[in-house]
Design a protein. Structure first.
Length: 614
């Protein structure tokens, strides 16, 4: 007898194989139509040789190498395009297959609450803790201190054009619609020519930019993922967390801002001279513009959802007070006040939408702040929950509150990073000691302690006298001080010191922050084998510095890529493991809360792998 699960998997794997064959055939037709039969014949010949080589057939590898080497440049480009696009299409099919499986499993879980949770989900983790005997009090303490920050670090040479990303996303949506024809929202997508047009459009689109990508281009590509995926997904993750706790720990309150995002794109200066203070300022503007636009859209949708009439449900005095304070900001909003006089939530949210739009379009900072937005949404939620409209307090309103809580008005905190050697050069100039870099560590610390004790922000005339290299290091810190004053907390994150080798590397940044008025949390980055081995001692010395205040919270970054390059994969991973144990012990003995920043991701050499197993 065939097991039902096996039958299901076999059936859908067959559908996946069929879809891949269909996509390959479609690509073949497009290549033949646009480039000719000879080009497609070469694609097929290279594909057969590659399969033969993989199967271990004698001479296949040499034949494949010779065939590729003989291609003229234009023909080689077409072949590269053909295989690139083929694998992109396969990836889309496999991704859609995985989405379908996960959705079916989720639906099965909802229909059968007694079934075990899906593997590697939040609920699976909660159940595992419960099975280990973690009680409600311990669980509350655990979730209260939980904080995970995911950081975008990318390079222009590794980034697809946003145009290509958008075309691939759209094609993925088309394929998902076609998988369930009876549920397709747009019947025109069922026409096979629709897929062929999408593939042809990808084939005819340039993969590389005409001009060399700027840092701002890289930032826009990073923000594309926030725009198209993360703003929508994060509220679902929060809902999963809350449902898991309600089911297994009904007395435990879910945390509200345990997942946040950071970015290095536009703040990482180590090895990239193009990341100037002006570029960082522009990236901060892009971050803010996206956050305000996404919140504006959420307010717009929520205004249409919360059309509750005060003649049908009770409204709290706090909502009426907020409505009186929020005088119409534009003729459009004033017209809404006359058209919908009995729909207070709609009016409040329409006014908020107008404020967010005006703030988005301003070059300088202005408009509502995070505290005001949080309070307003909380007031609306409390009013809804107090009366007959209580069911409407969840859904879209809850999602907007989550978006505000996670992304704020800045989308992601922008970290700054600079190499320790650059700081040393600036210190030599500002303290007037050209020999500083050659001094013993103890003498460096003594000089730095004295300099920090008497440091005040440099006046503009003193800054103007500094060399250009020194200004390039200091200007981002000056921007950080200005940003904190204009935009408040949340726009910028950590200041990361690459190649931290000793306490003086941290003291140098403390001095530079005093001289510029910046106050970013400092995260030493330990990268090489020697630095990882020294890290516990460096932190212990740092916490014991004479006259120094212990940090309220210490971030420590661990480098995976450089440690792998330095000593190899196995040795590096053992060193990273040992360093984490010893750093945790040192911070614990000094009473300093610790957060590890893992520089992992991408390839295995960079510490990549399944995130759930990290």
């Amino acid at each position: 007898m065939t097991h039902p699960t096996h039958s299901f998997a076999t059936h859908h794997h067959a559908k996946l194989r069929g879809e891949i064959r269909e996509l390959g055939t479609t690509l073949g037709r497009v290549i033949t139509q646009l480039e000719g039969r000879a080009t497609f014949a070469t694609v097929e010949s290279l594909r057969r040789l590659a399969k033969a080589r993989r199967a271990g057939e004698n001479g296949a590898g040499a034949q494949l190498t010779a065939a590729v080497a003989a291609l003229p440049n234009a023909a080689a480009f077409n072949q590269a395009m053909a295989f690139t696009l083929y694998f992109e299409l396969i990836n889309l099919a496999e991704e859609n297959f995985r989405i379908m499986l996960l959705r079916r499993r989720r639906a099965a879980r909802w229909s059968n609450p007694d079934a075990p949770p899906m593997r590697e989900t939040i609920e699976a983790a909660v159940v595992a803790l419960k099975e280990r005997g973690v009680d409600s009090v311990s669980m509350q303490a655990l979730v209260d201190r939980l904080h995970i920050e995911l950081v975008f670090t990318a390079h222009p040479t590794e980034a697809k054009r946003r145009t290509v990303l958008e075309k691939l996303r759209r094609l993925g949506e088309i394929l998902r619609e076609r998988r369930e024809p009876a549920l397709a929202r747009n019947p025109l997508l069922l026409d096979p020519a629709c897929v062929e047009r999408a593939v042809a459009s990808l084939w005819l689109t340039d993969r590389s930019r005409v001009a060399r990508p700027e840092v701002a281009d890289e930032a826009r590509t990073g923000l594309w993922y926030f725009d198209t995926t993360l703003f929508e997904t994060v509220p679902r993750i929060q809902a999963d967390f809350e449902q898991a706790l309600t089911r297994h720990y009904p007395l435990v309150r879910a945390p509200k801002r345990w997942l946040t995002f950071g970015s290095w794109i536009g703040g990482d200066r180590d090895g990239n001279p193009n990341v100037t203070a002006a570029v960082t300022a522009e990236v901060l503007r892009l971050h803010r513009t996206l956050a305000l636009e996404k919140l504006r859209l959420a307010a717009h949708e929520l205004a249409h959802a919360l059309t509750v009439s005060d003649r049908r449900a009770s409204i709290t005095p706090a909502v009426r007070k907020a409505l009186r304070k929020g005088a119409p900001l534009s003729p459009q909003i004033e017209a809404l006040f006359h058209r919908y006089p009995h729909e207070p939530y709609r009016l409040l949210l329409s006014g908020l939408r107008d404020q967010l739009a005006q703030a988005r379009d301003k070059i300088r900072v202005g408009g509502p702040d995070r505290v005001m937005l949080t309070k307003l949404l909380g007031t609306i939620r409390a009013s809804l929950r107090s009366g007959r409209a209580a069911p409407l307090a969840e859904g879209e309103l809850s999602a907007m509150q989550q978006q505000l809580g996670v992304f704020g008005l800045h989308t992601a905190q922008l970290d700054l990073r600079q190499h320790s050697a650059q700081h040393e050069t600036v210190v030599e100039e500002v303290i007037g000691r050209p020999d500083y870099g050659s001094l013993p560590e103890k003498d460096k610390r003594a000089l730095l302690r004295a300099a920090i004790a008497g440091a005040t922000p440099l006046r503009p005339i003193a800054l103007a006298r500094l060399s250009t290299p020194s200004r390039q290091v200091l200007d981002p810190l000056i921007l950080a001080a200005e940003t904190a004053g204009l935009r408040g907390d949340g726009a910028l994150g950590l200041y990361i010191i690459s190649m931290t080798a000793d306490v003086s590397d941290v003291l140098e940044v403390q001095l530079l922050q005093r001289l510029t008025g910046a106050a970013l949390p400092i995260a030493p980055l330990f990268e090489t084998l020697a630095d990882l081995e020294r890290a516990p001692r460096v932190l212990a010395d740092m916490f014991s510095e004479p006259g120094a205040r212990k940090p309220q919270h210490q971030h420590v970054m661990l480098g995976y890529s450089d440690s792998n390059k330095d000593c190899g994969y196995l040795t590096a991973n053992w060193a990273l493991y040992r360093a984490q144990e010893e750093i945790t012990r040192v911070c614990g003995s000094h009473g300093v809360p610790l957060t590890f920043f893992h520089g992992r991701g991408g390839s295995i050499a960079r510490g990549g792998g399944p995130a759930a197993k990290a």
